[in-house]
Structure formats: structure tokens, C-alpha cells
Design a protein around this ligand. Structure first.
Ligand SMILES: [Zn+2]
Length: 273
């Protein structure tokens, strides 16, 4: 199997299992939107504001729990697949385990724990972003309502309907944002979650490949090449690096829709000049 096929296969599988999580996020977004619109149409007195934020907090808590479960199942699975992926390449190489007294069982556990921990934090931040964004939205809506009341001197009826319309527009324009990236782009939870879940799983796979390589004393890896539209990985294709000295910057494989994989190079003892 070519490395492009491996990348495709891992990415395809990652997308498939990510979809379960993304569907939960999509449902949650729809429910939050429904609750916000409803709260606005009821009128945004303090009681209603607290009530709607409370029910959004419940949705957010549930999402945190489901995301945790998802991470705990999928990350170890993708890591293990990474460990297995190139096993044929290591046939005939005696693993360090046992002879060097290195406990790779323990190392695997630690790496998986770290990967899961990082994923919890990243997803957690995005989910909390939904809470912050919803609170900000409600506060904006309340100010709009207040302004409208002052201008028109009325509280009920047409005033609330106008606000609903205006807020609906603000909501549609901006949506509920989970994450703002460095370029200032706003991501919804479902879109960001889709990117994050795939990246998380591809990353788990790659870490499995690296650790299994280290178990066999293989420290040189090549970044796979395949025809694709130019992206951040393009300058790295075919590059060989030593995992013991490589920094995070040597490994660009963490962008959306990345199909690049690491190929262990047991045949190398140094980086070819
Ligand atoms: Zn890539």
C-alpha cells in the first residue's frame, strides 16, 4: 500500500468517526439557537436571561461529557493503528523493549494520556467558547431591547418582534462562535470540532508510528509525498528528519484536511545530505 493510501485511509476513518461527534455538535447548535430565539421572543428580563443561559450551560455540560467519551475511545484506537501501520517494516529488527530495559507499555500509556489530555483541553476550550459566545449574544440582545424600549417607549408587542428580527440577523451574521483563530476567523463548534477531531486522530496515529519506530530503534522518518494543492505541508514533502532532534516546527502535519503521514526509515542511520 502506498503512503498516500495510508494517509487517505487514516483520514477517511478519522472523518467517519469524527462525524458522530460533529452530529452532536450540530444538534447542540440548533438547540441553542432555538432556545436563544425563544428567550428573545419571551422578552429578556433578568429571569429569562438566567434561565436560557442555564439551559445552554446544561447542553454545554452534556457536550463536554460526550466529547470526553469520544476522545477516550477514538484516540487510543488511532494511536494503536499507528503503532501497527508499518509493523512489516520492522520485521527482523529486535525491539529495544526487554534488552534496553525500556518499558514501551508504559511509554505508550503515557503518550496516549498526553494526547487525550491535550484533546480534552482543546475541545473543552471550544465548548466553553460556545458558553461565552451565548452569554455575549444574550447581553447584546438585552441592550438592543433596552434601546428599543427607550426609543419607542413601549415594552411589549411590536417592540419584541422587531428585536427578534434584528437579533436573528445578528445571530445569522455571526452565529455562536466556539473559537476565533489567529487570523480572526470565527468558527462554529461543529466546523471547528470537525477540524479538531480529524487533526486529533491523525496526530494520534502519527504519534503511534513514531513511538513504535522508537521501540525498534528507528529514529528517522520521511514526510510522505502525494499530488495535492499546495498547502503548508508542500515544502516538507520528502523531507527526512531525526525524531530525537526534530522540533514541533519540523512536523507541519497538523492542518485541516492533511493527508500526509510519517514513513519510518529503518534503512537510514543519518539524514542524507
Ligand atoms: Zn499535509
Amino acid at each position: 500500500m502506498s503512503d498516500k493510501n495510508i494517509g487517505d485511509k487514516v483520514a477517511g476513518k478519522a472523518d467517519k468517526v469524527s462525524q458522530r461527534l460533529v452530529n452532536l455538535y450540530l444538534e447542540a447548535e440548533e438547540e441553542i439557537r432555538r432556545q436563544l430565539v425563544e428567550a428573545i421572543s419571551r422578552g429578556l428580563n433578568l429571569g429569562n436571561r438566567l434561565q436560557v443561559l442555564d439551559s445552554i450551560r446544561q447542553i454545554v455540560n452534556e457536550l463536554t461529557g460526550s466529547t470526553r467519551n469520544w476522545v477516550e475511545i477514538t484516540v487510543p484506537e488511532f494511536y494503536k493503528n499507528g503503532v501497527k501501520e508499518y509493523q512489516d517494516l520492522y520485521k527482523g529488527i529486535t525491539p529495544l523493549e526487554g534488552i534496553g530495559g525500556v518499558d514501551f507499555g508504559l511509554i505508550n500509556t503515557r503518550v496516549v494520556e498526553t494526547l487525550m489530555g491535550n484533546a480534552f483541553l482543546e475541545f473543552g476550550e471550544a465548548i466553553q467558547g460556545v458558553m461565552r459566545s451565548s452569554t455575549a449574544f444574550i447581553n447584546t440582545a438585552t441592550r438592543v431591547q433596552l434601546r428599543d424600549t427607550i426609543v419607542k417607549g413601549e415594552i411589549k408587542g411590536s417592540s419584541i418582534r422587531n428585536i427578534s428580527k434584528e437579533m436573528e440577523k445578528i445571530f445569522l451574521d455571526k452565529g455562536i462562535t466556539a473559537f476565533v483563530d489567529k487570523g480572526g476567523r470565527r468558527w462554529s463548534l461543529s466546523r471547528y470540532g470537525q477540524m479538531l477531531s480529524r487533526t486529533t486522530l491523525m496526530n494520534a496515529h502519527i504519534e503511534g508510528v513514531i513511538t513504535e519506530g522508537a521501540r525498534h530503534g528507528v529514529y528517522f522518518f520521511e514526510i510522505s509525498s502525494h499530488p495535492h494543492l499546495s498547502d503548508v505541508c508542500s515544502p516538507f514533502e520528502g523531507r527526512i528528519f531525526d525524531i530525537r532532534t526534530a522540533s514541533q516546527d519540523d512536523l507541519p502535519l497538523y492542518h485541516p484536511n492533511c493527508l500526509h503521514v510519517l514513513i519510518p526509515r529503518p534503512d537510514l542511520q543519518s539524514i542524507p545530505k
